[in-house]
Design a protein around this ligand. Structure first.
Ligand SMILES: CC(=O)N[C@H]1[C@H]([C@H](O)[C@H](O)CO)O[C@](O)(C(=O)O)C[C@@H]1O
Length: 324
């Protein structure tokens, strides 16, 4: 597909989750049918190999099989896609970037090399080499709170100055002061993507979109919510309040009990019930027992009924709005 630009990169992007068999092998048939659901949902695009896609656990052979499948199906459906090339090793990331670039995604998501903390100079050198290997495919830098090197807004600004191939930042977001620093430092040169459930309040303060946990819960619901964000922000903010209430009361305690982020994202997908992905995550991480899902679904449906796919709403019309 055409390379994404900072201004074209917008909206709700849905991850490809890893359905796992009991032996932890990946069920590509379930991935294909889940992907078909996502591709028809109205989200602005699909991405792979984030934390929710358990990138840190994939072998290189699994990486290649999964990415060939996703690139083929997204291209056939005409839906924008980004491929992740993240790996804790910088050297292995470069290999993944080269292989992802050959599949011509709209952008490639990368993380910084993650064993030793990096100096500013090393951050710039890391992203510069990644951009060279990406062969004209733009980059989005993913910097979650658990990355060893935290990139402050001012360093995102320097990266935007020096590396034109960088078009986006995938970050949790922050308070008003953080959004103001990001706007000062970056000034529209990067699309800022924040946590999914904060998209309405984030959009009001300058965020462009989300690689979204809400799309894990309901791809169609997340797409409808983004359409509402761009047309009726007060209603979208009210939905965000209810959504946060549900997440704070029922999902955050699971995080505090030690379940990892991918375990929580798969729990959300199981609550949404739109594909048989299951809650299981790869070793050494624990997963939420499937028995608790029906009760969680009842609470979620009561809190945010409009996010559930069987809730009838006008079909989303915004897929092409921010896409290339
Ligand atoms: C709350 C939320 O949306 N979490 C999402 C995060 C954030 O987008 C990212 O950490 C920046 O905050 O990305 C994922 O982990 C990912 O990489 O696949 C999916 C997860 O659902």
């Amino acid at each position: 597909m055409e390379p994404l630009t900072a201004s074209a990169l917008r909206g709700v992007w849905a991850t490809v989750l890893l359905p796992l068999r009991d032996d932890e092998s990946i069920d590509l048939d379930v991935i294909a049918s889940a992907l078909d659901h996502v591709l028809a949902s109205g989200v602005q695009g699909v991405y792979t190999n984030g934390t929710a896609g358990e990138f840190h656990t994939l072998t290189e052979a699994e990486y290649d099989r999964l990415h060939a499948l996703v690139a083929d199906r997204c291209a056939a459906a005409g839906v924008p896609f980004q491929l992740g090339a993240s790996h804790p090793s910088g050297q292995l990331s470069l290999d993944r970037i080269a292989r992802a670039a050959a599949l011509r995604p709209g952008a490639i998501q990368v993380v910084l090399p993650d064993w030793l903390p990096l100096s500013e100079e090393e951050v710039l050198a890391a992203v510069d080499r990644m951009a060279a290997v990406a062969d004209g495919v733009p980059l989005v830098l993913y910097n979650p709170p658990y990355a060893k090197t935290q990139v402050p807004p001012e360093l995102f600004g320097k990266l935007a100055d020096e590396i034109p191939a960088l078009v986006g930042a995938k970050v949790p977001g922050g308070d008003d002061a953080w959004y103001a620093r990001m706007a000062d430092a970056v000034g529209g040169r990067l699309a800022i993507f924040v946590a999914g459930h904060t998209l309405a309040s984030g959009y009001a303060r300058g965020a462009a979109g989300a690689y979204s946990n809400v799309a894990c819960l309901s791809p169609g619901g997340a797409a409808r919510w983004y359409a509402q964000i761009t047309t009726d922000l007060p209603a979208a903010l009210a939905l965000e309040e209810r959504l946060r209430g549900f997440l704070d009361a029922h999902i955050a305690p699971l995080g505090r009990a030690g379940y990892s982020d991918p375990a929580l994202d798969k729990t959300l997908a199981a609550i949404g019930g739109w594909a048989p992905i299951g809650t299981r995550v790869r070793w050494p991480h624990r997963w939420v027992p499937p028995e608790v899902i029906p009760a969680l679904r009842a609470v979620a449906e009561a809190a945010v009924p409009e996010l559930f796919d069987d809730f009838t709403h006008p079909a989303p019309t915004s897929r092409k709005a921010g896409a290339v």
